[in-house]
Write a protein that binds this ligand. Structure first.
Ligand code: NAD
Length: 398
């Protein structure tokens, strides 16, 4: 019974197994981490994206240019605007990222990217793949790193979400074996798990964190999540000074909103799907998706972006100028840290804290009753120029 269907499913499994084994070989051959200190010029590609993207991306770029003025003049930093990653262009080329745009992106070291629209069923665009998913794959951006801070609750989390495998890598490669049987596939590899877990432990080591938390559902998904967990156990042995624990994703979603427990988490690492869910929950705890920045890190490239989307409704209603640029500016702070300007990054984080959480001279509402994005970016730059920035920030910590 069902011999033909089983044969077809086996062939499908053979094809995807081959593709994943080839991916493992590529990971094994991957180059070493870029050392930004050794580069004469660091090229920052600025990709506006869709909807509110170009506007908020411009504001974030202005803040970075303001902070890196001397470095730009000396030729150490180059900002390069990359046009063409728009939904109109992508639809015309019928590609998630048109070839010429991808080529330009690959000539940069890091990318500051505005949100891009992903077509969905029923809208006017052809069904092309998400530009983000494609960029993560093309540039091998295996770590999605997102900080979340709520100072008055003692929360200071750093999330490391695996970005290239898990439940997503074969998300469009499931199979309907019969009308009654649908199968999807989840993939965890030794190389994929090890590189993200190691990155999380390295971060903890370099930033004075005492604990790494690993989130899985290894009690149920014993093979894939079980592998992720056992690799964590192995990697942890290389970091005896850092404690680690493991939680299952279901209880973890609850513990993030448990005031007793929440402040005890520090660095959190997990496979793709759990990270997708948990980081949005965490951003909401911080004050909404407009407040969080996100980075996508690989050994050769890195991309920094807002965690929200292109908000097409704001553009349709003529409100794009009131869009909140803070998530993009926060992404800019992460970019500074990544390319070796840790002190500038820290100052930008402090200025954002002062403007968004404490002083609040201007407030963004997304509507004409609030500040414009451009005005807010100027407020951030004025705050950065204040010689008393550090002491002002300290005074709010008491
Ligand atoms: P969205 O995040 O774009 O917007 C939802 C609502 O949140 C908006 O209508 C607006 O009211 C508010 N909002 C979002 N960002 C804001 C900002 N900076 N300032 C003020 N208000 C803001 O979510 P969506 O409508 O579900 O998605 C729109 C498009 O964006 C989709 O095509 C989606 O695929 C895409 N998207 C892209 C990314 C990305 O590029 N990283 C991420 C998520 C969604």
């Amino acid at each position: 019974m069902y011999n033909k269907e089983i044969e077809k499913a086996m062939q499908h499994l053979a094809t995807i197994t081959k593709s994943q084994l080839e991916r493992i070989e590529r990971m094994k051959a991957a180059e070493e981490w870029v050392n930004f200190d050794e580069l004469d010029t660091i090229v920052i590609g600025v990709v506006g994206g869709d909807g509110i993207g170009p506007m908020i991306c411009e504001h974030a770029k202005n803040v970075l240019e303001f902070m890196l003025k001397d470095e730009v003049e000396k030729g150490r930093i180059e900002f390069r605007t990359i046009e063409g990653l728009t939904i109109e262009n992508r639809a015309k080329a019928m590609k998630a990222i048109p070839d010429d745009v991808l080529e330009e992106i690959k000539k940069c070291h890091v990318i500051l990217k505005g949100p891009t629209t992903t077509p969905k069923k029923g809208d006017k665009w052809p069904n092309i793949e998400s530009a983000n998913v494609t960029m993560r794959r093309e540039l091998d951006l295996f770590a999605n790193v997102r900080p979340v801070k709520v100072p008055d609750k003692g929360i200071n989390w750093m999330f490391f979400r695996e970005n290239t495998e898990g439940a997503y890598v074969l998300g469009s490669n499931g199979i309907n074996v019969t009308d009654d049987l649908a199968l999807d596939f989840k993939v965890i590899t030794t190389q994929g798990a090890e590189r993200i877990i190691r990155l999380a432990f390295e971060y903890a080591k370099n930033n004075g964190n005492k604990k790494v938390t690993v989130v899985t559902k290894a009690n149920i998904l014993k093979t894939t999540d079980g592998k992720f967990l056992s690799i964590a156990e192995k990697v942890a042995k290389d970091y005896p000074e850092i404690k680690w624990d493991d939680w299952f994703i279901d209880i973890m979603t609850a513990k993030l909103i448990d005031p007793e427990r929440a402040s005890q988490f520090e660095v959190i690492v997990m496979p793709n799907l759990y990270g997708d869910i948990l980081t949005d929950e965490a951003a909401q705890i911080q004050g909404g998706v407009g407040t969080a920045g996100s980075s996508n890190i690989g050994k050769r490239y890195a991309m920094f972006e807002a965690i929200h989307g292109s908000a097409p409704r704001m553009v349709e209603e003529g409100r794009a100028q009131y869009a909140d640029p803070c998530s993009m500016i926060k992404a800019g702070a992460m970019l500074l840290n990544h390319i070796g300007y840790a002190e500038k990054s820290r100052r930008l984080d402090m200025a954002l804290d002062i403007c968004v959480q404490y002083e609040k001279k201007l407030v963004i509402t997304g509507r004409p009753d609030g500040a414009k994005g451009e005005e807010f970016a100027k407020y951030v730059m004025d705050t950065l120029s204040d010689p008393g920035l550090e002491s002002k920030w300290q005074s709010y910590q008491k």
